[in-house]
Design a binder for this molecule. Structure first.
Ligand code: ASP
Ligand code: MG
Length: 415
């Protein structure tokens, strides 16, 4: 089957006009088998997170819910959809918030934040059917099987493959467009789970893998994968072709192109990925694929703010050895802190990490054994395929605290 998998992110469905545009794109491609993955509307996921925070802090969370209801109601009205379409979902959501306590934050997070995608897909599916009556909405929680590592689950691949082929294939063979939620799955006990923020790309790639898709397309509000964030760099340009390898490297260093986990399932089955604009669907976008050919890339810049440089030293001036490193890595992993740059010296180990509320707790533990120094409010500049001019541009007027260079990548921790 020459299946295509589409992924539409929050920005592509942020209001009624955007949803109409998405429906146009879908119908335009509906002559071939199509599975469509949709995220929550606009900034809904952030709003759900804020509501959960308010509830946990014992603040008034109701205004957040009312805002969400109103926003969704406006869209229903503008699309001429039944005004009670989302009523039962909102009732269920409200019940789930009421029982949230301080414990088991990650569990409650997933039970609540997963509603964003339930709401959006209900709207998009109903709208598509109002226009063409050729869409079936499948609940991703009956397709994507995960473990219970809430908020950052692992996919149970065997079960997922079975559920996806059993439920999706018959619909596609019936000439239906299959629509489902990005970002969410469920445990075998039936609790909702989420795949990590911006995880809808990953969902689409899981479906592509399970169904041996021919092509996956991520529709975005930019014209493709760019060599820098256009909000940070006015000279950012689209990269027409990327190898899987380069795409993984870029996401690893924090380029916000696609969710970092997206590439591997595609690479495993050599499924080509396109990143294209939903605003200007005539532009070609970026093709990401398996290739041994030499592609020449422009310098790729990733700029991260709010970095903390942590220096960890032995207290007795003994050398930092494997045992120490094991301990340090263990503690950082326990508190889910990932290192953006690391550097090892004789008696100290330094790493640069995103500023994070869990960091303090992790450092408290390490402090029992080590001397800890931190330096906050730093920037991290990463350049792939660096050249002298780009280095000069990014480091100009800044103090360089750490520099690390390999054949293709240079990183600077800057003050
Ligand atoms: N709605 C989720 C988020 O905003 C997932 C996604 O958009 O990919 O993080
Ligand atoms: Mg989103």
């Amino acid at each position: 089957m020459n299946l295509e998998v589409f992924k539409f992110g929050g920005a592509s469905v942020k209001d009624a006009a955007s949803i109409k545009n998405v429906a146009n794109i879908i119908q335009h491609h509906a002559s071939r088998p199509l599975l469509v993955v949709v995220s929550a509307l606009g900034k809904t996921t952030n709003a759900l997170e804020n509501m959960l925070q308010a509830k946990i802090k014992n603040e008034d969370w109701k205004p957040f819910l009312i805002d969400l209801q109103q926003h969704h109601a406006t869209i229903l009205q503008q699309l001429n959809l039944p005004t009670n379409l989302l009523e039962s979902l909102f009732i269920e959501l409200e019940k789930k918030i009421e029982v949230v306590g301080k414990l088991q934050y990650d569990f409650h997070y997933d039970q609540i934040v997963s509603f964003g995608e339930m709401l959006s897909t209900s709207i998009v599916a109903t709208y598509l059917n109002q226009r063409n009556n050729n869409t079936v909405l499948l609940d991703a929680r009956t397709l994507i099987a995960t473990d219970n590592n809430y908020r950052d689950v692992n996919i149970l691949w065997k079960e997922t493959e079975k559920q996806v082929t059993e439920n999706v294939l018959p619909q596609l063979q019936n000439n239906k467009i299959v629509l489902t939620q990005g970002f969410i799955g469920s445990t075998k006990d039936g609790f909702s789970t989420t795949l990590g923020r911006e995880g809808s790309d990953y969902s689409a790639s899981i479906f592509s893998y399970c169904l041996d898709a021919e092509l996956m397309t991520i529709w975005k509000d930019v014209n493709g994968v760019m060599n820098a964030d256009p909000k940070q760099f006015s000279d950012a340009e689209v990269i027409p072709q990327l190898s899987y390898y380069e795409a993984i490297e870029m996401t690893f260093y924090g380029a916000k192109v696609i969710h970092p986990k997206t590439i591997k399932p595609l690479q495993n089955k050599h499924i080509q990925l396109m990143v294209r604009s939903f605003i200007d669907s005539k532009t070609e976008g970026t093709k990401i694929f398996e290739t041994n050919l030499h592609i020449s890339y422009p310098p790729v810049k990733v700029w991260k703010e709010n970095q903390v440089l942590v220096s960890i030293q032995t207290r007795d001036f003994s050398f930092i050895g494997e045992k120490h490193l094991q301990k340090i890595f263990e503690v950082l992993a326990t508190f889910r802190i990932s290192m953006n740059v690391m550097q090892n010296g004789a008696i100290s180990f330094s790493c640069c990490v995103d500023s994070n509320p869990r960091l303090e707790a992790a450092l408290d533990v390490l402090h029992q054994e080590f001397k800890i120094l931190t330096n906050e409010n730093l920037h991290l500049a990463t350049i792939r395929h660096y050249d002298e001019k780009t280095i000069a541009d990014l480091t100009k007027g800044k103090e360089i605290l750490v520099e690390q260079k390999s054949r293709h990548t240079i990183q600077f921790v800057l003050k």
